[in-house]
Design a protein around this ligand. Structure first.
Ligand code: ZN
Length: 390
């Protein structure tokens, strides 16, 4: 079985014959005489594509054989194969970009790459350094992009173990077998089984997005090529919208947002004070207009926290039993300051379930919540009748 992706990483369609087929769990495991389908290895994901128009569901490499998994057999032994080259080329851009970044972290800061992940959404390398500063990231990013502008050649070749040891490789060969080397002119030389672009110019751009601590190392998130360009387009749209919303230039956005945050904080303080004043007025009004020591009220415009604060303030001014309902959040409060025989928690515990509510409390205070407003109002009326009888 010939691995076409090692002869030429740019082959995207070819014709070949089926060498062997195995079936397992209703799926067909097909071995081709020649394949350009890259099976997941070394951090690079599998290719996708079709064999005679039938979608390749997955690829499996076992004992040096690449199996193409299909859910039906092609009719002919001689088949036309195609890989999704847009996806493959994206993998090539990210993978070659990764080699450049890893080599620069290694050469400048002795930061070895301990992990590489190439996913649909993000690409990462784990650099074996506990701390990487913003300055280091900027430096690596600048140097990596300089390597792209120079449009350096990327070569692949096979060495035996002794030859590999005499080369200045970024990492040691994984075994004593012959080893495939990927060399980026004047930049990097390392064992690798992945597919790469021919010249660094094809990577187009490398942008580091963020760095975060990971198991004593630093995980670097980055994007290369079209991914980085799309990211720039998205971010440019966001910035353009912010320009319009904030009526300012790009370099004024952060200052504007800081000003707005300060204003929001000041307004929040003022709003809090105003709410407290309103509560005081509400409390005075209630006390002035009641000649009983039982106060019942339904609030349409105040949430539970607010009615709780009103109740607390009333109880500080005298002996009352208070029954409040907030229909904003369908919650009920029953409380008094100890001079009444009503056991608030007990009434709730005994009755609230038959009104489809949940809640409870202690002797002097209980609260309950309801999914439906009607249930909350019915329980409120029930409590009102009960406490007025006491
Ligand atoms: Zn590699």
């Amino acid at each position: 079985m010939k691995r076409l992706f090692y002869e030429d990483a740019y082959i995207s369609s070819w014709e070949t014959y089926i060498e062997n087929t195995e079936t397992k769990d209703g799926k067909y495991y097909i071995v081709l005489s020649e394949t350009a389908f890259y099976p997941e290895a070394g951090g690079q994901p599998s290719d996708s594509g079709t064999i005679d128009g039938i979608k390749v569901l997955d690829l499996l490499e076992k004992d040096g054989i690449i199996y193409h998994i299909l859910d039906r057999m092609p009719e002919n032994k001689y088949v036309k194969c195609e890989i999704d080259f847009q996806r493959r080329f994206d993998h090539m851009q990210q993978h070659s970009g990764q080699h450049i970044l890893s080599s620069i972290f290694y050469n400048l800061y002795n930061g070895r790459t301990a992990g590489f992940h190439l996913g649909e959404d993000y690409v990462t390398i784990d650099i074996a350094l506990p701390e990487i500063s913003n300055e280091m990231i900027k430096n690596v990013e600048d140097k990596a992009n300089e390597r792209i502008y120079k449009n350096l050649e990327i070569k692949t070749y096979i060495l035996n173990y002794e030859e590999a040891l005499s080369h200045q490789l970024r990492k040691l060969p994984p075994s004593k077998d012959d080893i495939r080397i990927v060399e980026i002119e004047n930049t990097d030389c390392t064992p690798c089984c992945g597919t790469h672009v021919k010249r660094t110019g094809e990577i187009e751009i490398i942008k580091i997005l963020k760095a975060e601590k990971y198991k004593g190392m630093t995980r670097i998130y980055f994007k290369c090529g079209k991914r980085a360009f799309c990211d720039y387009q998205n971010k440019h749209n966001i910035v353009s919208n912010l320009n319009k919303i904030l009526s300012c230039k790009e370099d004024e956005i952060l200052e504007r947002l800081n000003q707005k945050e300060t204003l929001i904080n000041e307004l929040s303080v003022q709003l809090k004070k105003l709410k407290e004043t309103l509560i005081d007025l509400e409390v005075s009004d209630i006390i002035r207009n009641t000649n009983k020591n039982i106060i019942c009220k339904i609030y349409n415009d105040k949430n539970f926290d607010e009615i709780q604060r009103i109740a607390k303030s009333i109880l500080e001014k005298g002996s009352y039993t208070i029954l409040f309902l907030s229909v904003v959040d369908n919650r009920i409060l029953l409380c008094h300051n100890g001079n009444f025989s009503t056991n608030c928690g007990f009434i709730f515990k005994e009755n609230i379930k038959s009104f489809n509510g949940q809640g409870g409390g202690g002797e002097k205070q209980a609260q309950g919540g309801f999914k439906i407003r009607e249930d909350a109002i019915n329980f409120y009326e029930f409590l009102k009748e009960k406490i007025l009888k006491c």
